[in-house]
Design a binder for this molecule. Structure first.
Ligand code: GTP
Ligand code: MG
Length: 262
């Protein structure tokens, strides 16, 4: 009888130092969390066997060190990667803005764009148990604009971790079954960039005029027109964009305040 061939897949972790790459992997493989920070030196390698889509698969995980001094060590491990977890810490904005640099490092090391295009990437917004400074909307938008999956996780509580690996590994297996061609990633957010921009503006503006995109010379009519335009975008009964409800409340309050002034 022919020995059973178990497919092998290669996964890497990327992201700044201390975002929780090793902890996310430990949570998935060993179902535990370590509070103490033990920096990865260069690279950690591990193999785990899992069943994906009723198939046994050997998953080779290359856990990279995030610190820039380890670039020379980790750069040779990018090649032949089929799936990547790109992690940031929601309580540390610099780790989110660094995602573009990680993408660029991966691109330059992999070289062949065909390989990159067929790779499954899951963006992992980690440490959601902490006070966050990067909100879900920003993370989702960044991920979907690159055609990547997005997950919110806590290595501490375990939230989101199994779902992340399930999507990543199923994606890799689907790609293998499809002859190495990635199937289109479904990133149907169900909401538009216009809605997200409106929510961000309502949340971040310093005055009610700014919230409605008006100047201080606006008339009652201008206020009502601007209100209606935004209300159509953000009405909580219609909009599924995260943050719609809060933004809609701000919008209603802004209109009430401005109508009193006109
Ligand atoms: P490098 O190996 O240096 O690149 O770091 P890393 O990204 O592997 O970080 P690591 O997993 O070692 O975690 C860094 C620190 O963050 C540790 O003290 C962890 O306990 C902590 N940590 C990781 N994930 C979480 C989380 O979801 N919530 C909280 N509160 N802390 C976390
Ligand atoms: Mg590590």
């Amino acid at each position: 009888m022919k020995p059973k061939v178990i497919p092998r897949v290669k996964i890497i972790s990327m992201g700044n130092a201390e975002v929780g790459k090793s902890c996310i992997i430990k949570r998935y493989c060993e179902k535990r969390f370590v509070n103490k920070y033990l920096a990865t030196i260069g690279i950690d390698y591990g193999v785990t066997r899992v069943t994906i889509k009723d198939k046994e698969v050997k998953v080779n995980i290359f856990d990279m060190a995030g610190h820039p001094i380890f670039y020379e060590v980790r750069n040779e491990f990018y090649r032949d990667t089929q799936g990547a977890i790109l992690i940031y810490d929601v309580s540390e904005r610099s780790s989110f803005t660094a995602l573009d640099d990680w993408m660029n490092e991966m691109k330059s090391e992999i070289g062949n764009h065909g390989d990159m295009d067929n790779m499954i990437v899951c963006v992992c917004a980690n440490k959601i148990d902490k006070k966050r400074v990067v909100d879900e909307v920003e993370g989702r938008l960044w991920a979907s604009s690159h055609g990547y999956h997005y997950f919110e996780t806590s290595a501490q509580s375990g939230e989101g971790v199994n779902e992340l690996f399930k999507t990543l590994l199923e994606g890799v297996i689907n790609t293998i079954d499809n002859g190495g061609q990635k199937l289109p990633t479904v990133t149907q957010l169900g909401y538009s960039k216009e809605q997200i921009d409106a929510i961000q503006r309502l949340k971040n503006s310093k005055s009610d005029y700014e919230r409605l995109g008006l100047t201080t010379s606006a008339t009652k009519d201008d206020v009502n027109k601007a209100y209606r335009k935004l209300a159509v975008l953000l009405h909580p009964d219609k909009s599924v964009a995260p943050g719609s409800e809060e933004a809609f409340k701000l919008l209603v309050a802004a209109r009430t305040n401005l109508l009193k002034r006109c």
